[in-house]
Design a protein around this ligand. Structure first.
Ligand code: ZN
Length: 401
């Protein structure tokens, strides 16, 4: 630097002299040289300032070193360590407490969850039970309604059924229908072959009529459950009618046609009640034991007896075709079958009422043969109702076959 600026005077020269020298020098120096001098002066000033600041910093550090007491600092550190230890202990205690609370809460929640699940289970079960009970209740209410109205319903159904059969009969009588009806009836039962007849009817979808008598056919062996058979008859869709309680029809003293009109009335009424008690069904057709011709030949007049029947809500009927299957005649099955085929075909219009008894095997066997044969000729087997055309149009003929 010195080499570059040989003409430069020391800075410590007197101001006036320097100014004069400087001014004269500057006047002499080229412009470029003057600018370099100025820059060097600024750098020198900055270096001096920095050196001063450095000295001051050293002085301050020295002062701090000699005035600061390390003992005080150690005390503070110890206090801070103590404080930190205390805080850590408290923190650990708190954490422990929190852990316990957390565990308790978890336990409570778990228990609550279990209780909730149990409660939900119980609710679900109760709901299902309630639904089940509601269903049962509804079914029971329906059942009670049905039972309450069963007699009325059965009566309504029976009347409707009878009305339809009567329509068919009227069409047959008027020649408007080619149908043929066989009203096959069994008297004096329930008897030894009633169950077999019922089975056969059920298997073949046919319906018959039972003129029942409580005492007519007692075997004394107790092998026939008459009330049960009555129920089977009604359940099978058959017609149950009245053939008197005692069936004591011989014209000897003390029997139903010889003991006065009240005795006759009692015979009809007792049988009526017996059927009703066992089936809930009230018969409406009476068949005189021994037939109407025999009954009217005794001391009680036709008018007297028909008047009693009317009073008790009855019409009466004999039959068209007679299987003549009494114990004395004892026809075999072939004879019963032949009689049925021969006589039923003779009834015109073709609405035939057949008389037989359900306490003989041969009658049952003959019936089983006659049914399909008559069906093949167009006959249908229906239950007899008081509304039937057959009432008042059937009479006991004299048959020679
Ligand atoms: Zn009889």
């Amino acid at each position: 630097m010195e080499n570059n600026i040989p003409e430069m005077e020391p800075i410590a020269s007197g101001e006036t002299h320097r100014t004069e020298r400087s001014a004269s020098a500057q006047r002499r120096l080229p412009r470029k040289r003057r600018r370099q001098n100025r820059t060097l002066k600024i750098i020198n000033a900055v270096l001096l300032l920095l050196a001063g600041l450095g000295l001051a910093a050293c002085a301050f550090a020295g002062y701090r070193y000699y005035t600061f007491s390390p003992g005080t600092y150690d005390d503070q550190i110890a206090a801070l360590h103590e404080e930190a230890a205390r805080i850590r202990t408290e923190t650990e205690a708190l954490q422990q407490e929190l852990a316990l609370e957390d565990e308790q809460m978890r336990s409570d929640l778990h228990q609550a969850g279990e209780e909730g699940a149990a409660a939900a289970d119980a609710l679900s079960t109760a709901k299902a039970e309630n639904e089940s009970l509601t269903e049962t209740h509804t079914a029971l209410v329906e059942r009670v309604d049905f039972i309450k109205n069963i007699h009325e319903n059965a009566q309504t159904f029976r009347e409707e059924y009878a009305r339809k059969i009567r329509q068919l009969e009227d069409m047959i009588v008027a020649g408007e229908s080619g149908a043929k009806i066989c009203y096959w009836s069994f008297d004096d039962g329930p008897g030894s072959y009633t169950a077999a007849v019922l089975d056969f009817c059920e298997q073949n979808g046919i319906y018959v009529t039972f003129f029942t008598s409580r005492e007519a056919n007692d075997t004394g062996r107790g092998d026939v459950d008459e009330p049960e058979l009555l129920r089977r008859e009604i359940m099978g869709g058959h017609s149950i009618q009245n053939h008197s309680n005692s069936h004591q029809y011989s014209m000897i003293a003390g029997n139903m046609y010889t003991k006065g009109i009240d005795s006759f009335r009692e015979q009809v009424r007792l049988q009526d009640e017996w059927v009703y008690e066992n089936t809930g069904f009230k018969p409406g057709i009476f068949r005189f034991p021994g037939g109407s011709a025999h009954a009217f030949s005794g001391p009680l007049s036709k008018d007297q007896m028909v008047s009693v029947l009317t009073e008790l809500g009855y019409v009466w009927i004999d039959w068209d075709c007679d299987m003549a299957d009494n114990a004395k005649a004892n026809p075999d099955a072939g004879t019963v079958y032949s009689r049925a085929m021969y006589q039923v075909r003779k009834i015109d219009p073709p609405i035939a009422v057949v008389l037989s008894h359900d306490n003989y095997y041969s009658t049952y066997a003959g019936f089983m043969r006659a049914v399909p044969a008559l069906q093949a000729e167009g006959y249908i087997f229906l239950p007899l109702f008081p509304e039937s055309y057959a009432i008042g149009h059937s009479y006991a003929r004299t048959w020679y076959y």
